[in-house]
Design a protein around this ligand. Structure first.
Ligand SMILES: CC(C)(COP(=O)(O)OP(=O)(O)OC[C@H]1O[C@@H](n2cnc3c(N)ncnc32)[C@H](O)[C@@H]1OP(=O)(O)O)[C@@H](O)C(=O)NCCC(=O)NCCS
Length: 161
């Protein structure tokens, strides 16, 4: 399977399981190709770091770091989703630690990593806290899914160098 097919299948599996992520609609190969080329362009412009964990030679999920711009250039945002069959084995924690390490190495001007997590996503909150993130704000009703609201939590990590 090509990288593009693996990524498309991964996103669509997350949508099908109704994971606590922003996406709620399946994507086509063409849409995923466009998104992936945007991520690669960001990498070339030194504005992003895509991380793809490989487990026993198999695609294990996606993690992305996006450097913010202008007066927010000292901030990077994180996103992560591990393939369902590999979760709960410590892989998410390992990938987050690697993403933090690469952010420090590749983006010397970044001081803060910021992310959003759905209040219902206890596993993600636990994984983020394990690697040093703190909850700093709650956006009430920050998520609307199937006409139900969930709070959105803002977490942050100040990088030590
Ligand atoms: C969130 C995510 C990246 C965490 O990665 P993971 O590999 O599943 O997590 P880890 O195995 O590294 O475990 C992290 C912590 O969560 C706990 N945890 C993991 N799976 C759990 C489960 N099924 N039930 C309860 N706790 C669980 C672990 O115990 C660990 O904490 P501990 O070491 O203090 O016990 C992963 O579950 C995922 O991709 N989920 C779907 C997409 C998603 O929610 N992304 C985040 C959006 S903000």
């Amino acid at each position: 399977m090509s990288d593009l097919e693996s990524c498309t299948e991964h996103v669509n599996a997350l949508v099908a399981e109704n994971a606590d992520i922003i996406f709620n609609k399946k994507v086509t190969l063409a849409e995923e190709r466009k998104w992936l080329s945007g991520e690669l362009e960001k990498m070339e412009k030194k504005e992003g770091i895509p991380l793809v964990p490989e487990i026993n030679g198999e695609f294990g999920g996606l993690c992305g770091v996006s450097k913010q711009k202008g007066k927010l250039s000292h901030i990077a945002k994180f996103g992560i989703a591990i393939k369902k069959k590999f979760r709960g084995t410590g892989i998410g924690t390992k990938v987050l630690l690697k993403a933090i390490e690469e952010t420090k190495k590749q983006f010397p001007e970044v001081e803060i990593i910021e992310l959003d997590v759905f209040a219902t996503n206890e596993i993600a909150k636990r994984a983020y806290m394990k690697v040093g993130f703190k909850e700093v704000a709650v956006l009430p009703k920050g998520v609307k899914s199937n006409n139900k609201y969930v709070d959105r939590i803002v977490m942050y990590l100040e990088l030590e160098r």
